[in-house]
Design a protein around this ligand. Structure first.
Ligand code: KG4
Length: 338
């Protein structure tokens, strides 16, 4: 009989449900929350309430679009953390209730594992997946990590950010330029028309494989401050060049440690994941880096870069195959490492 997993993701501001059957994705439904836009960031209480409204229709749609019925499900996988605790509670409680009703087990998923394992979401049996071991550069709004992935359930963080994440560097710099939240995609769009060599921003000198983005943020602010002293329209006039130079610096910082990690570990396969892996410049730079060094690159489809339940369902599928189920007394957690 097929192993069919319902995945549920509710860690931040996307309510998502997906069905994976024998490792193949049958459906992936995402309801994004617009309610946060006017606040310039995610408001946790509003996120929880929106999840509460969305979860039943989203799960229902995922099951319908997959062409299955609830009786076909083998288990329910849900994101247990890290994330916003109120949001996680909605998905966790829903998964527990549904599993009791259907008399099937639950599998808890670490959201970060989900991002790494999104490369194993196959839409057809012929889809290419990475071979172990591989390095994953996980870059999102909350994390910037270099992860050694030895198997589906064996991962080690080799480097992490000691301050801001790459996504925060994009978003915070975009905010001072007056761009809407989240600023990452806006910087990406503007950067395409700008000169990446026009401005120079500070790059960190952190030993080992750890990242730092706070110095870059400060030097970006100084550039704006100095520019505005002589020209009140400095930001407006230089939008594209500022965006392109900022993006180029973030990419240089990311690639520097990635190259170091590849040299240290000798891996032959590199993957990227998380919201920032949607960035065109990052995608091109990682692809070019891998090509230059004869490495195999895994760059996710854009729809799998941001939060989605397909990655939760596939991570749950591999845990299910390993017999790793979750007890009902387990609560969600706001913070955790891999
Ligand atoms: O993984 P994700 O959806 O969730 C969080 O960790 O919150 O990542 C969101 C982050 C935000 O910082 C957003 O600005 C960034 O991903 N992002 C981008 C792009 N698309 C999303 N950053 C740069 N370029 C993009 N195209």
């Amino acid at each position: 009989m097929a192993v069919t997993i319902l995945g549920i993701e509710s860690s931040c501001d996307d309510t998502s449900a997906a069905i994976v059957s024998d490792g193949i994705l049958l459906s992936n439904v995402i309801a994004s929350q617009q309610v946060h836009e006017e606040y310039g960031g995610v408001v946790p209480e509003l996120a929880s309430r929106a999840h509460q409204q969305n979860i039943v229709p989203v799960v229902d749609a995922a099951i319908r679009r997959a062409g299955i019925s609830k009786a076909d499900l083998s288990a329910i996988a849900f994101t247990r953390g890290p994330g916003l605790i109120g949001s996680l509670l909605v998905g966790t409680s829903f998964a527990k209730g549904l599993s009791l009703g259907l008399r099937i087990p639950i599998v808890d998923v670490n959201h970060l594992h989900g991002h790494v394992l999104s490369h194993f979401v196959r839409q057809s049996p012929d889809d290419r997946v990475p071979e172990f071991p591989f390095l994953c550069l996980l870059i999102s709004g909350g994390n910037s990590q270099l992860i050694m992935v030895r198997s589906y359930n064996d991962m080690e963080i080799l480097g992490r950010t000691i301050d801001d994440a790459a996504g925060e560097a994009f978003d915070k710099c975009a905010k001072v330029m007056g761009l809407p939240y989240p600023g990452g995609p806006h910087i990406d769009r503007l950067a395409a028309e700008g000169d990446p060599t026009r401005f120079r921003f500070a790059k960190p000198h952190i030993p080992g494989l750890d990242y730092s983005f706070s110095g870059l943020k400060t030097s970006f602010l100084y550039t704006l401050r100095d520019g505005l002293k002589t020209d009140p329209d400095f930001i407006e006039r230089n939008r594209a060049d500022l965006a392109a130079s900022l993006q180029a610096t973030i990419i240089a910082i990311l690639l520097d440690k990635l190259e170091k990690a590849v040299r240290q570990t000798g891996v032959r396969t590199v993957a990227i994941g998380g919201g920032v892996s949607a960035n065109s410049g990052v995608r091109n730079a990682v692809a070019a880096f891998c090509e230059k060094h004869g490495l195999e690159a895994f760059i996710p489809e854009r729809k799998f870069t941001t939060d989605n339940a397909a990655m939760v369902a596939i991570a749950g599928y591999f845990k299910y195959l390993d017999g790793k189920f979750c007890e009902y007394d387990k609560a969600p957690y706001a913070r955790v490492e891999i």
